[in-house]
Each structure stands twice: as C-alpha cells, then as structure tokens.
Write a protein that binds this ligand. Sequence first.
Ligand code: MSP
Length: 653
Amino acid sequence: MKRYYITTPIYYVNSVPHIGTALTTIVADACARYHKRRGRPVYFLTGTDENAPKVHRVAQERGVPTQQFVDEMAEVFERTWRALHIEYDVFIRTTEARHKQVVTEVFRRLREQGDIYKGTYQGWYCISCETFFAPSKIGESKTCPDCGKPLEWRDEPCYYFRLSAYESRLREHIAANPHFIEPEVRRNETLGFIAEGLQDVAVSRSGADWGVPVPDDPEAGVVYVWFDALLNYLTATGWLERGEAYLDIWPPDLQLMGKDILPRFHATIWPAMLMALGLPLPERLYGHGWWIVNKQKMSKSLGNVYAPLEVAQALADASGCALPYAVDAFRYYMLREMPTDSDAEFSLEGVETRYNGDLANDLGNMLHRTLSMMHRYFGGRVPEGARLEAGLADLFAQQAARVAEAYEAVDFPRGLREAWQIIGAVNRYYDEQAPWALMKQGATEHAGQVLYAGLIAARLLSALIEPAMPQVAREIARQLNIGEVPLWHEAQAVDAIPAGHTLQEPIPIFPRLQAKPATISGAAPAPTAQHSVSETPTTAQPTAMQELITIDEFKRIQIRIATVKAAEPVPKSTKLLKLTLDVGGEERTIVAGIAEDYTPEQLVGKQIPVLVNLQPALIRGIVSEGMMLAADVDGRAVLLHPDREVPSGSVVR
Ligand code: MSP
C-alpha cells in the first residue's frame, strides 16, 4: 500500500530553528499524526539544506570547517524537532552521498535529453535568497525584489534548465487539478507568476567550491542550490536505488511550505523538473502564511525572532506546567493561530491567552472536574448503567467529522475550534444537569450518567487533539486508564468505557498562569495582545462548579484594593465605564459594567476591591486587566469600600 507522503521544506542550516520553520514542521507533524491515527501508513520527511553558498559563507565567517558546521547545525535541528515532539520518518541532509548521487544523475539525464543546456549567464543574483533575477525584475537600486539586499553581478558560463518549455503543461496541470496548489490565494499567486512568462533557469554556479559539482564539467562549478535542494524529496524515496519500489512512497501527497517558496520554486520549477524526468507530480502543495511580530517581518536585526523551545520553557516556568505539556501548548498555539491564507501576528500574550483560556479553563477544567467528581461520588469507578445521551452522541459524531474534514484541508484553526465545541457542550451539560445537585438529591444514577458524557468526550478528544498535542493526549488516556490513545474510528465509540472501569486520580495538566498577564513576555518586544485577545472575545471562564472549594483553590484568587485614578464612559455603551486604577503603584485598565449605577465623577478617588489575576479580556476594543467587585443588589451594583483608607495594592483575604 502506498504510504501517505508528507514533506516540509529542508531548512538552511546557517540559522537555528525559529517559530517560522517550527510552524511548517509542526503543521506537517500534525498532518502526519492525523493520517496515522486514521490508520494510514505515512512517510514524513524533513531535513536540512546544506549545500547553499550562504551556508558555506557563514561557516567560513565563523572559522569552522563547513562540513563540521553543517554537521553541528543539522544536529541542532534534529534535537529541536524531537523536543517539539516532531515524529518524522526520515531526516534528510543534502550533503549525504545518496542525495549527491541523485542530483548528479538527474543533471546528467536532463542534459542528455536537452532539458539542460549550456549558455552564459549575465545578470543579478541574490546570495541571501539564492535566486537569480531577470533584468526586468530589478530596478535602479540593484537590490533583491524579495529581500531587499544588494544583488551580485554574475557573468559566467552556465547551464540552464529549459523551464520555458513547460509553461503550457504547467498551466494545464494547475487548471485540471484544483487541489494541486492550496490555499486558493497561492494558486492565484502562482498563476500570476506563470502569466509573466517563464524564463529558463540558471542551474549551475561557476567559481563555487561547496555543493554538488556539475557532472563531467569541473569548470562549470556546482549545481544551483534550489535545483539540488528540491530533489531531496526524490532522494528520500530511494528513487535511485530501489527500482520501481520507490513508488510505495512517491509521489508526495502533501508538500508543506511557507508562501515565499511556493509560486516560483515548488509550484513551477519543481513540477517542471518532474515533468522533464517523466515522473508523477505531487498531489498537493500547501503554502501557509507567515508569522509576523509587531506587524513586522521577523528578523535578527529587529531582535524579534523567537526560538520555539524558549517560548515553551518560559510558558512552563510561568505556569508550573510540565515541559512536555508546555511544548504541546506551544504546538496548540501554532496550529490554532496558524496563518493560512494571510499572515498572522505571533505574540507571547497570545500564547498565554490560548493557554489559560482553551487549555487550562476549557480542556483542563473539563477533564479535571469529570475525574474529580467520578472519584468523589463513585470512588473512581464507572457506575452501572452509565451511557451517553443520544443528543450528545450525535453532537460528538458530528463534531468529529467536522474536525476530520478540517484536518484533511490542513485547516487546523478550524479543526481545533470544532473539537473545542465538544468541550463547551460538556461543560454546559454539567451546568444544566448539575451532577453535584443530583447527588445531594440522591439521584446517583442520573449523576453517573451525566459524568459519563465527560469521560466519553475526554476519550474522543484524546484522539482528536493528538495531532496537535501528542503528550497531552497520552496523559488524558493515562488518567482515563484506557491504555493507548484510540485510533480515530475507535474513538467514536460512545460506550467504550465499561461499567466498573477504574479511573486514575486526576492531575491537572495545565495549571493556570498565576502571575499577572504577559508573565512570559519579559524579554519580548512591545506587547501585541490585540490580535490574539480579539480572537477570544469573552475569555472563557471556567463554568463554575457549584461545589465547595478548598482553601488552596481560594488562595489562587488574588483580590487587592485599587484606587480609581480616572474613569470615563466606554463609547457606544450605556453600561460600561473604563477605569484606570492604581494597584500598589502599578497602573491597570479595567472595564466595569457600572455606568448605570455610578457616574465617572463618583468613582474617581474611591478605593475598591479588584480581582487582579483574572485573565485579560478584550471588551469593546479595550484590554480589561481585572474585575472590580461590588455588591449585587437586585442586579444593581453597590460599591464596596475599605473601612478606612488603606495603602493601594493591599491584599484582600
Ligand atoms: N532551504 C529552503 C527550502 C528548500 S526546500 C527544497 C528554505 N529554507 S529556510 O530555512 O529559509 O526555511 C524556509 C521555511 O520556513 C519556509 O517554508 C518559510 O516559509 C518558513 N518561514 C521562514 N520564516 C517564516 C515566518 N516568519 N513565518 C512562517 N514561516 C516562515 O527556504
């Protein structure tokens, strides 16, 4: 049976992994895991692009032999991916002998059949993008149209690949295969690129001494790094040494990359090379958008390049979450906020908001309250007669189908949103049915039935979230005591946890971030909460469990006395006031629903209690960082004051 073949680009080893390269790799890993969970054999390839002149140049600048440099850097990539729970099947390196053989063989074949021919190259080259540019694309400044860096003039004998000969076949293929290039915006970009007319591509560089030598012509230098690099996808299948057997992997089912390297390289040169070789083309090329930081491209000079493991570690430190689960939380953020069609803002505040909201409050809370009540009321054993209500069973099945549909489309934001509907449904069901009240009334069997919904949902979710959060999924399965995370179709069974089954003690997977918002952003560039917070309009509150709480639970609530420094109405709202508070020397903004009971003047100078460790929420475009507390008298707010003036910031306990 042919394996489902998924690839990431191979990454240049002159810089270390960052959230951009991590994005493509995590998306690929999530796709690979999803298809495996569906029971399909998968072949997942990633690796490093080591033959580029810029790699050689950086090694020389550092005074390290290039081979040693690439060996060390490839190791950094492999270690980082493993730490991010990336489960690739093959890690390819373009300095491997087997790859160089493939490049040599392909070059020879295409030259023999006339698809590669010798000419001279006169023109401009960007060493940073490793790209030749046609004179028509370059302005007076002689800078790279893609990255803006100065171009180098080249005047040298050179081999060309006859790309122009494939223009109409490429157009036809794209027209006949609507899923060949996704999302649609990339397809259009590619068609626009082809419409400008395809020029033959220079595929050798003379005077270079790092890379794959042009076969049988030592004077010609080395093979152009993109021609070399694209062939990695073929090398990894064993095309050269396995005879027809390589077809158990080839062609790629899904090639993932960022938008910058899709139209020209992966959707034009690459399929044309395969057409020239007479090989089947990839089924699908998917180009995601870019992470931007503070509305700008990431760059070393701006100091806004984030290292994925540092973000995960900071999240673990700030929350007390075990590192493997913090890594999964980072993966969740990458996929939930993934830039698909357009670019998206990456921010540490966004990571925190998703962590506290979707993971601690929603998923973590659902699992924890289900298992806690199961232990409290039923000694940790599934009671007799517990079964899932038909309405919920239908909803779970429908949501699982929607998740699958979105994952197939590489739309993880949608897939995860659909999965979270299940959590919302269970939390609402608990609130409506109030199993704690049922227990007090002696309706034990009914309470058991209600809680069974949480167990079945958690089991199903372990499978649905596994592509995003593999370790968390495993931990859920462990706490449920069901062994392995179930396969996709098994996970749909609504009676899979039998009466008498024993559950493990609940252990919180995602402790809530305790400190004030933006805890992990100490070293970050200027705050950019806007994007992510606005995606979570009402920060999901844990659906209150109407039960007694422990003193430790109470201790997590931080209430302080704040002094109101300024108050003003919130535009277009009759109920809301924006308050500027002094909390022990720290200024905070909160939005309070008291405009019908107090005027701004009545509030300024007052001392009021404020819940200060509430997750921030975006209310009418204002980030509210806490909640004032007041007495509720028939729905009207009545202010609470300390008995005498106290230092601002005093703790209430
Ligand atoms: N070596 C080539 C690829 C050759 S594939 C045959 C290359 N390498 S790269 O190291 O520059 O990594 C590129 C990948 O990282 C691309 O998919 C690119 O889009 C992605 N990203 C780099 N910065 C990014 C962001 N800021 N955001 C999202 N992805 C970005 O190109």
